[in-house]
Design a protein around this ligand. Sequence first.
Ligand code: FE2
Length: 417
Amino acid sequence: MTVTVYKNAQLQGCDKTTDIAVVDGKFAKIGGDLSDYEKNGNTVDLKGNLVIPPFADAHIHLDYIYTASLPTHETTSGTLFEAIDNWSDSKASLTADIIKERALKGVKMQISHGVQYVRSHVDVTDPKLTALKALLELKEELKDYIDLQIVAFPQEGYFAYKGGAELVEEALKMGADVVGGIPHFEFTREDGVRSVEKGFELAMKYDKLLDFHCDETDDDQSRFVESIAAYTYFNSMQGRTAASHTCAMGSYNNAYAFKMMSKFKKAQLNFIVCPTENCYLQGRYDSYPKRRGISRVDELTQNGLNVSFAQDSISDPWYPLGNGNLMHQLDFGLHLSHMMSVDEIKNSLKFVTENGAKTMCIKDYGIKEGNSANFVVLDEKNVFDAVRNTASTILSVRNGKVIMEKQPEKILTTYNF
Ligand code: FE2
């Protein structure tokens, strides 16, 4: 039996610090008298630092990481659609080994920032399914470090790419966990709706979750989110479907957005917002005023819908920067969403932790007795300061084992005051 007692953990919403006993990789007892556990195990002093469940990145493209620097991938307009065209022209040159090596670098960055749950879209509009094979291998190899969900994502469409729908199905047979889609990229509105319908047909057939790239545009007439809500509701897939991006919602008129809120609630639709990516890619056809490219995070949250913030890209044709640090996404997301009251800031870590995990339908998540002992420690004592300082993750524990540890930042100055 392996026993560790983590002392002086500052949990969210608690006035005082708490001691936590971990036995054989599970949370055995949280708070109270842990002296029996201390007699039989090790102790680690967390010194009053903030202890939270691991970060969950519900939307990234691990197969695209570090492709921004290839000359053929340079996107000069900063638009989504030029990036897709560039990717289409050059992706055949990538091998499974290259993709795997780069994805691994990305995962290492994520782990260094306390991420333990990752949903990666993988482009399956490739007859060889090269990236899918690479990511399926990586998923197995990294299972002790991260939960990796793979989305069968047809970057170039179910129908806009000939054979796209068949490749999505093949990817599901090979082991992809989630059905993807990109209805706003299909040729016509009708094809977009048809792609949503096809996605649901496949999800039902293979018992998979769904996550569509949805309305990633400033076009206020892009309304595939209503189709996704309807198919979710009528197929009883509540809670199992996600709409990623939904940037157009920032441009919808209020009458339409208000009507849709009740439909979203009936569908229990999960929303994934990518703050840095979409404020970079959207607003590109505006002069001034320029739109922010972000969904209605505040209104969705006020209506009880589940919203998470995600990284989306690390240095690819869609976005040149990115480092896997979800505290950075949280910082941007709160600013862009005007969610900066003291209470909103104090309650904001959910956007990069539990809300992402809920979208991914992770069952064994959270700091609760009986759950797997997965948690991270931040280099701050309370949530407000953690958000204000985009706090570093200094310890990441998974199944009771340390998978990442960092020295807290020390600043040496010559100031004399
Ligand atoms: Fe994406």
